[in-house]
Ligand binder design. Structure first.
Ligand code: FAD
Length: 353
């Protein structure tokens, strides 16, 4: 059974980790990816010679043991996120922002040296080029006896085993499955939250880290917005500089120019005209990414149904698995959950042959 053909829908961290694990066992799985790039919700934007900016996943912690083990196996280092000893804090619009002391960071967070996409690229480098099929939008999954057909916008693939790594809500909304999955499973998928699916990330590159003075800070917490959180985003070598954070997701329908204008108005409150010396601006509105997010019909709470037990069963005559960060038992929704879910399916496949 080790000769079984395996199709993995989605070339994000879950899909690539699973393909990497199978590859180490001599099984060449095929990844079918809708976008023209790999990485999914991991996307480091790195113009040549300029500061890499994370538009997706950025931070990990020491509790993310599955992810840390994978990074160690791949010999990829991490470095501590610098928060500094102070932060700009803006509790309400009628008071000016204050520079407050931050308590000592007892649980620091870390970033991946070279950027989060380095992990993605290192995993992809273990595979042959033809194992990653880009720009293939899966539209239906159809069981045919002991095999499963995957129909995309361009072609049909047939495999012995198929693993979806899409956020489960997206899988339920966008891909027709025949025969239908059990009603309980479909109901859970239709109410499973996609972590950060409707967030907006923005970042500014600078020549110098002008905020590294006693009177300033690269860390911002604001209840006024539209930027609620902003952080120092220098590279590991600390020779390329940026500030990066979140923008209120309600501004997804606005134009890029409007978000930039509002961001600069807010940042001038802390940095004055210095902020206008930015060398470039990046943003990514995840709610406008059809291969990550689809609007929820009814309200779904953050992490709702993440790590649910329906994601630990095989379907379609034990030939189909639902994986992905939101299905992980450990830190679901996060990179660690993605890696854990890949390890789970890898173990389940191994047990089935
Ligand atoms: C803005 C943002 C910030 C985040 N910050 C952090 C953080 O700091 N720390 C952390 O641990 N996690 C963070 N996350 C979460 C982290 O990015 C995810 O947990 C992880 O990347 C998910 O990996 P995945 O492979 O399970 O899913 P995805 O990355 O979503 O991969 C799914 C793949 O399926 C593809 N796909 C979708 N539809 C189809 C289709 N029809 N046919 C074929 N392919 C399809 C997609 O293009 C995508 O490549 C963040 C996410 C975002 C968006």
């Amino acid at each position: 059974m080790k000769q079984a053909s395996i199709g993995i829908i989605g070339g994000g961290l879950t899909g690539l980790t699973l393909a990497y694990l199978l590859q180490q066992q001599g099984i060449a799985a095929t990844i079918i990816e809708a976008r023209d790039r790999i990485g999914g919700r991991i996307h480091t934007v790195t113009p040549k010679g300029d500061t890499p900016i994370e538009m997706g996943a950025t931070w990990l912690g020491k509790q993310h043991t599955h992810l840390l083990q994978l990074l160690k196996d791949l010999e990829i280092g991490i470095f501590e996120q610098q928060l500094g000893s102070t932060a700009f804090y803006e509790p309400m619009s009628i008071n000016p922002p204050q520079l407050v002391q931050l308590p000592p960071n007892s649980e620091p967070s870390y970033r991946i040296q070279g950027g989060s996409s380095r992990l993605i690229q290192t995993l992809a480098d273990q595979l042959k080029e033809e194992q990653i099929q880009l720009s293939q939008v899966v539209q239906s999954i159809i069981q045919k006896d002991t095999q499963i057909a995957i129909n995309t916008n361009k072609t049909t693939y047939t495999f012995d085993y198929v693993i979806s790594t899409l956020p489960p809500f997206l899988l339920a909304q966008k891909i027709a499955i025949q025969p239908a999955l059990p009603a309980t499973c479909t109901a859970i998928m239709n109410n499973t939250h996609t972590w950060m699916g409707n967030s907006i990330k923005i970042g500014f590159r600078f020549k110098e880290p002008f905020w590294r003075t006693r009177e300033s800070s690269g860390t911002i917490f604001s209840n006024v917005g539209p930027i609620p959180e902003f952080y120092e985003h220098a590279n590991y070598e600390d020779n390329l500089f940026a500030l990066k954070g979140f923008f209120n997701g309600a501004y997804a329908p606005a134009t890029k120019a409007e978000r930039l204008r509002l961001a600069l108005i807010q940042l001038r409150k802390y940095y004055g005209q210095k902020v206008d010396e930015y060398t470039s601006y990046e943003e990514l509105v995840w709610a406008n990414e059809p291969y990550t997010f689809e609007s929820y019909g009814n309200p779904i709470l953050p992490h709702q149904h993440n790590g649910h037990s329906v994601y630990r069963q095989a379907y379609l005559k034990e030939r189909f698995y639902i994986a992905g960060a939101e299905t992980g038992f450990a830190s679901p929704g996060y990179m660690n959950g993605a890696v854990e879910s890949a390890y789970f399916v890898f173990g389940a496949l191994n047990a089935s042959w």
